[in-house]
Design a protein around this ligand. Structure first.
Ligand SMILES: [Cu+2]
Length: 137
């Protein structure tokens, strides 16, 4: 391939990338089940988490069911915040996986996918991120 063709391909690929300035969904509050666990499910698709704004209650165990809808593109989920004592990193699979944690303090943390292909923008930079809000009951 000639250098010109490479540049053309690069321009096309970069033009396909999008960037979101803020998580866009209305907040999805976790469902509080009779067993005292609050549950949510989320899907990672190409460069988007759905839903991308999650709300959970402080002090109540959380089970977050997470999977990816893509066949080939790898995605992961990172939720990391020292103050909120969250340190989660999980590779997403086609089958749902469960992430368990109990939020101990209220606040907001940005979660994201940190996958990246070579020199292309990271998935996070392409909009694959969201906000987890820990709220009072
Ligand atoms: Cu990703």
């Amino acid at each position: 391939m000639t250098p010109f063709r490479w540049l053309l391909w690069l321009a096309i690929l970069l033009s396909l990338t999008t960037s979101a300035s803020w998580a866009q969904d209305a907040p999805t509050l976790a469902r509080l089940d009779p067993d005292g666990v609050q549950r949510l499910s989320m899907v990672g698709s190409n460069y988007r988490f759905q839903p991308d704004r999650l709300q959970v209650r402080v002090g109540v165990p959380v089970e977050l069911e997470i999977r990816r809808s893509t066949r080939l593109t790898p995605h992961d989920l990172v939720i990391r915040d020292a103050r909120m004592r969250l340190d989660i990193e999980v590779d997403l699979r086609r089958e749902a996986r469960i992430v368990r944690f109990t939020p101990e303090v209220t606040g907001r943390v940005v979660f994201y996918c940190d996958e990246r292909l070579l020199f292309f923008p990271s998935h996070r930079d392409r909009g694959m991120w969201g906000v987890l809000e820990v709220v009072e009951e």
